[in-house]
Design a protein around this ligand. Structure first.
Ligand SMILES: [Zn+2]
Length: 284
């Protein structure tokens, strides 16, 4: 069902897996994978050690329909299913063994608002993630996603990062910016090249380290009843302690508990779902 492209060398080295279009309409990573595959085939990029596997389209049916998912969010069911019940669970059964057999996973996503700033998630920080993230051309790193869900006792985190972590491997999720911005595919491409370089899989010039703001996610806020956000918040907008972020129709207000950032605000959130997240600056 899924197509993978494997580039092996004779020399032992890192095993890197690149995933794209886990969400079918997030195609920046797909374009980047296709470009890398072409350049490898043409000899413009030469792998000197290790194994590189690319899956340019992890959710083929969602990709064909240009939608996020077909039956459910593939990035919430990334675990091995004994009796797969949905299309995405079947895909997860194909992708999990690949995650298991690669030490590093780079999972390429994009976001749905024009002007969105690229950033990366680092759910399970370790030395591999740190190395990989240092070379990414993004200004923000979000940490602590699994912790807030654990603390607030909600969904099971069957993401690609959790899956890799569970197998003793390491994954990073890169959100390359707005789906349709041409820069998003460029950021995804640079991320693959930089990851190949930091793990010595290709010849490299000096690796550029980009300055970053690490943000620790503090909580998520569920929209409990009808209401609205007080302004047209964008992901990574700063909020000040005491600022009114949202107002319910019955007059109840929700405030920012501290100075920090609003993350992933969803102006169209349905009742009972995540409305926005809050985070604070963290040391890198
Ligand atoms: Zn996504």
């Amino acid at each position: 069902m899924i197509e993978k492209y494997e580039f092996k060398t004779a020399k032992e080295g890192m095993r890197l897996l690149v995933l794209a279009a886990v969400h079918g309409n997030e195609t920046a990573g797909t374009k980047a994978c296709q470009r890398i595959i072409e350049e490898l085939n043409q000899g413009k990029i030469v792998l000197k050690e290790g194994v590189l596997t690319l899956v340019p389209i992890c959710n083929p049916e969602a990709y064909r329909r240009d939608v996020r998912s077909v039956e459910e969010n593939l990035n919430r069911v990334m675990t091995e299913h004994k009796n797969p019940l949905t299309y995405e669970q079947k895909l997860a059964n194909e992708i999990c063994p690949l995650i298991k057999s690669h030490r590093i996973v780079l999972d390429l996503h994009s976001t749905h608002c024009q002007g969105d700033v690229p950033f990366a998630f680092c759910d399970y920080p370790d030395e591999y993630n740190k190395k990989l993230i240092a070379g990414l051309d993004v200004g923000y790193i979000l940490e602590g996603w699994p912790d807030i869900y654990k603390q607030q006792g909600a969904i099971q985190d069957y993401s690609t990062e959790h899956c890799a972590h569970n197998y003793g491997n390491t994954a990073t999720t890169l959100e390359c910016g707005y789906h349709k911005a041409p820069e998003a595919a460029e950021i995804a491409y640079q991320a693959i090249v930089s990851t190949l370089a930091v793990f010595d899989m290709i010849e490299k010039d000096a690796i550029r380290a980009y300055p970053k703001q690490h943000i620790k996610m503090e909580c998520y806020v569920i929209k409990e009843k009808e209401g609205r956000l007080c302004r047209d918040y964008k992901h990574l907008d700063c909020v000040q302690q005491g600022e009114t972020i949202a107002v319910y129709d019955d007059g109840e207000k929700l405030y920012a508990p501290n100075d920090g950032y609003i993350l992933l605000p969803n102006l169209d959130a349905e009742i009972g779902t995540e409305w926005y997240y809050l985070g604070e600056a963290a040391p890198s």
